[in-house]
Design a protein around this ligand. Structure first.
Ligand SMILES: [Zn+2]
Length: 270
């Protein structure tokens, strides 16, 4: 599932269409992305507007059109954005195709867990729900104090599971949460209440750092994080901890509250 860096990458894929106005919109009315809003309402609400700007927040994206039309997209499991020249043929899994003067903006989603919203705001400002989203880990509003307050509310929750809570850590997903615990040398299963303030401060610093680095590396051009990260070793059976001091310890993988979790039994023993 796309996490904040992958979402940032996809957000930019529609940039070639910036400044152009919408000529027509093709939808796939039976697609599940229209479970909250009718496909015809999307067509009516967007037609004729200019594509001005785009934003990402955690795992969500917002596309800003002229005169206060705001198209929100959540990629779900398999959603992707790309562009094609205008007039190109619509393909099977294209659920939304926005035809601009020269460019097609395309949302494809084979498994259809993506979600779409449309807000028409009269004053042109972003919708209230978007403005009230909690600060992202890479933002200055994500403070040590707010993280500590949030974390202390859930003493029984494993630290890895806490980091997946979008109310506290918008955009953090499965691989990022594992990466943060690994960099912190803390077992992902540790109940948050057993961690010291110092350990929670380390988690805070690393949450910021991993988020910023992931956006720089993956969000820019889908590059792969360096071999010194858990990321490049976690996916395969028999993966080895990249820390030299762990002397080629084999990584563990197990289910933790419904999510496959990877950790090193040596450097994350406690
Ligand atoms: Zn290790």
């Amino acid at each position: 599932m796309p996490e904040l860096a992958e979402v940032e990458f996809y957000r930019k894929q529609w940039d070639p269409g910036l400044g152009q106005s919408i000529k027509k919109i093709a939808t796939h009315p039976k697609a599940r992305i229209y479970r909250n809003i009718a496909a015809t309402a999307v067509q009516r609400g967007l037609k004729g507007h200019d594509f001005i700007r785009s934003h990402a927040h955690g795992k969500q994206m917002m596309f800003d059109f002229s005169d206060g039309a705001w198209l929100g997209l959540h990629l779900g499991m398999t959603g992707k954005l790309h562009t094609r020249p205008s007039g190109s043929e619509v393909e099977k899994h294209d659920h939304l195709v926005i035809e601009l003067a020269e460019t097609q903006l395309v949302f494809t989603d084979p498994r259809m867990f993506g979600k779409l919203t449309l807000d028409l705001t009269h004053d042109g400002a972003a919708p209230d729900w978007w403005q009230s989203l909690p600060p992202q880990p890479q933002d200055s509003g994500f403070t040590k104090a707010s993280h500590l307050t949030f974390a202390r509310r859930f003493p029984k929750t494993p630290i890895k599971t806490l980091l997946l809570d979008q109310r506290g850590y918008p955009g953090i997903g499965n691989w990022m949460a594992d990466e943060i615990c690994w960099k912190a040398k803390i077992a992902p299963q540790s109940p948050t209440g057993t961690l010291t303030d110092e350990q929670l401060n380390t988690i805070w610093k690393l949450t910021r750092q991993v988020s910023r680095d992931a956006i720089r590396i993956i969000g820019t051009d889908w590059s792969t994080p360096p071999k010194s990260w858990l990321f490049t070793h976690r996916w395969k059976d028999g993966g080895i901890c990249p820390r030299r001091a762990c002397d080629k310890a084999e990584l563990m993988r197990a289910d933790l509250r419904g999510r496959t979790t990877c950790w090193c039994p040596v450097c994350q023993a406690g």
